[in-house]
Design a protein around this ligand. Structure first.
Ligand code: THU
Length: 162
């Protein structure tokens, strides 16, 4: 038996001034769209914004439903829209933020969203930077999305099917 471990690297920023102008722009878009979230059941508004390689910015928020599992997270709202409409464009940056959180560290995407984020990064063959921001708190930056889902389910497994 060999013990193994997985290391996840990211940068933590205490202030937004330390981040690029475009990062700040995406964070602000994520905050703005979070305010329009439809989250009456959780009271937990989340916003996500992406920058495409053509310079366009898109944003999405969580959309809940009385049948709770029918709701969708902010990340998948925007990623599915962008991938459906611009399948040939690469996503350079994804920024995520949540309102109303008590913690001083940012909200991190759920497992469902991580699987989707990682697949889109793998498809485009280029890193997708992920920015997780806590309003009034710190910001975590991942240079590539795959760090969010170590040992991710991979299509090699499907290729090996009988
Ligand atoms: N949610 C997101 O939109 N993104 C995340 O990364 C975490 C969770 C939403 C789902 C649900 O509407 C609410 O936050 C509470 O879980």
């Amino acid at each position: 038996m060999i013990k193994k471990s997985v290391k996840v690297e990211y940068s933590e920023y205490e202030t937004l001034e330390e981040l690029d102008e475009i990062d700040n722009k995406l964070i602000n878009k994520a905050i703005e769209i979070a305010k329009k979230s439809y989250s009456p059941y959780s009271q937990f508004p989340v916003g996500a914004a992406v920058l495409l390689d053509n310079g366009k910015i898109f944003a999405g928020n969580n959309q809940e439903n009385i049948a709770y599992p029918s709701g969708t997270c902010a990340e998948r709202s925007v990623l599915n829209y962008v991938h459906g409409n611009f399948p040939k464009n690469r996503i350079k940056i994804l920024a995520v933020t949540a309102l109303n959180t008590a913690s001083l560290i940012p909200v991190s995407p759920c497992g469902f969203c991580r699987q989707v984020i990682v697949e889109m990064e793998r498809l485009q063959g280029e890193p997708m930077k992920v920015i997780l921001h806590k309003i009034g708190g710190s910001t975590f930056v991942f240079d590539a999305a795959f760090a969010l889902l170590p040992l991710a389910f991979d299509d090699d497994i499907l290729k090996n099917k009988e």
